[in-house]
Design a protein around this ligand. Structure first.
Ligand SMILES: [Fe+2]
Length: 401
């Protein structure tokens, strides 16, 4: 075969139904959506499904770079058969971007559902657990496939919707913690629903106490503490509440040293679920922005958990929680030693100080940069100096998800 024949046979348009693993996709030629596609190798069944689900109808493949049709690769086969590491990376980042989009959509739906739940409880209606369970199933799936995206989303907060976001985040962070501890899927799901419900008793707390912009007086704090008892009453009226869900709600303010509330349980009276719930609840409350205070950076919140570790909180579980979140959880804005600001996108379990980050801003030139994703484990010239507060630089991290 001549060179010209080879070049005309190099590309082929194929229907999405015929796409196979090992094909090298150059571009999308027909689609019902508007996805922007980066060339890459179809390396998994998930990619095929993702392309179909996004409305792709036909793609152009490069036969010389595809692995599936060896007969069409006539010259220099060895060099063409093996996909370059770069193409594999491109494809996996494409898949990750798609998974992030799906997670974001699901998270928005969960927020709507949680808002409705709190509004119906405020009207005195009984909790309908069925939609919560359905949503929890999907959220658990998402936590398994893309925990980094879920943690990132939990960092995007609105100070005016604290109760709704706090409940959703406690549910997701608890479920993610359960995944990290390798608990059963059923248990993880119940932890998630327990988190969604854990502060529902707050709908019974008068607004002037619940939304007070500042420190509560001892009397007001006593009123606030009653949200646990109110929550138990709400659960008592609902059907399908499991022991785990009830424990999350009943014990999330208890402390190992017996100084928590409402019952002052201590030590062995507090089971694994109770101990996990207190850690997650405190972490999320500390990192949240409120109308009267700025949320802490994750590292500061970890420090507070570590200070109470062994007294208020289970020591081993605190260290596992920090590992599960990553020293710099996804969604954290970090300053690199080069003066650039970057957002943590993917944890690196084997080197927690070297996550994958998105570089966005130069503190030297005081301007935004072209967004660039880098893996700090593979970039010896870049290193994290510290976590910084996005508000200090007027940066909205939700725009870089
Ligand atoms: Fe609470």
């Amino acid at each position: 075969m001549s060179t010209s024949q080879l070049s005309t046979a190099k590309f082929k348009n194929i229907s999405i139904q015929d796409i196979k693993l090992g094909m090298f996709v150059v571009s999308v030629t027909r689609q019902t959506g508007d996805i922007e596609f980066k060339p890459g190798l179809v390396s998994s069944a998930t990619t095929c499904r993702s392309l179909r689900s996004m409305g792709v109808l036909e793609v152009k493949i490069d036969l010389t770079r595809s692995k599936h049709q060896q007969e069409e690769i006539l010259e220099n086969p060895e060099s063409n058969l093996a996909p370059s590491p770069q193409s594999q990376e491109i494809m996996s980042s494409f898949e990750k971007a798609e998974a992030r989009k799906q997670t974001q959509k699901l998270y928005a739906e969960a927020k709507t559902l949680q808002t409705k739940l709190l509004a119906s409880l405020k009207k005195g209606e009984v909790v309908d657990i069925a939609p919560l369970e359905e949503m929890a199933d999907e959220l658990v799936d998402s936590i398994f496939t893309n925990p980094d995206a879920m943690i990132y989303l939990s960092r995007i907060r609105d100070k005016d919707t604290y109760l709704m976001e706090h409940s959703l985040n406690v549910g997701m962070l608890l479920a993610n913690f359960g995944r990290y501890l390798k608990l059963s899927r059923q248990m993880i799901k119940e932890l998630l629903v327990g988190g969604l419900l854990h502060d529902t008793g707050k709908v019974m707390i008068p607004d002037e106490v619940l939304h007070k912009p500042g420190r509560l007086t001892p009397e007001e704090f006593d009123i606030m503490k009653t949200h646990v008892e109110y929550g138990i009453q709400i659960l008592d009226k609902a059907e399908g509440i499991t022991k785990t869900m009830r424990t999350v709600l009943a014990n999330h303010h208890e402390r190992l040293d017996g100084l928590g509330y409402p019952r002052g349980l201590q030590g062995l009276e507090l089971c694994l679920v109770s101990r996990m719930s207190t850690i997650v609840d405190v972490y999320d409350a500390l990192t949240a922005d409120r109308c009267y205070k700025k949320g802490m950076q994750a590292t500061q919140a970890f420090r507070i958990l570590l200070q109470g570790s062994g007294t208020q909180f289970d020591e081993l579980l605190v260290s596992k929680f920090i590992k599960c979140m990553g020293i710099h959880p996804t969604g954290t804005l970090v300053k690199l030693k080069s003066g650039k600001l970057a957002i943590v996108i993917e944890r690196n379990d084997s080197a927690p100080l070297q996550p994958v980050v998105k570089i966005i801003y130069s503190t030297v030139g005081k301007h935004y940069l072209d967004v660039k994703m880098i893996d700090l484990a593979r970039s010896p010239t870049e290193e994290i100096e510290c976590a910084v507060d996005p508000k200090e630089f007027g940066i909205d991290i939700s725009k870089f998800f």
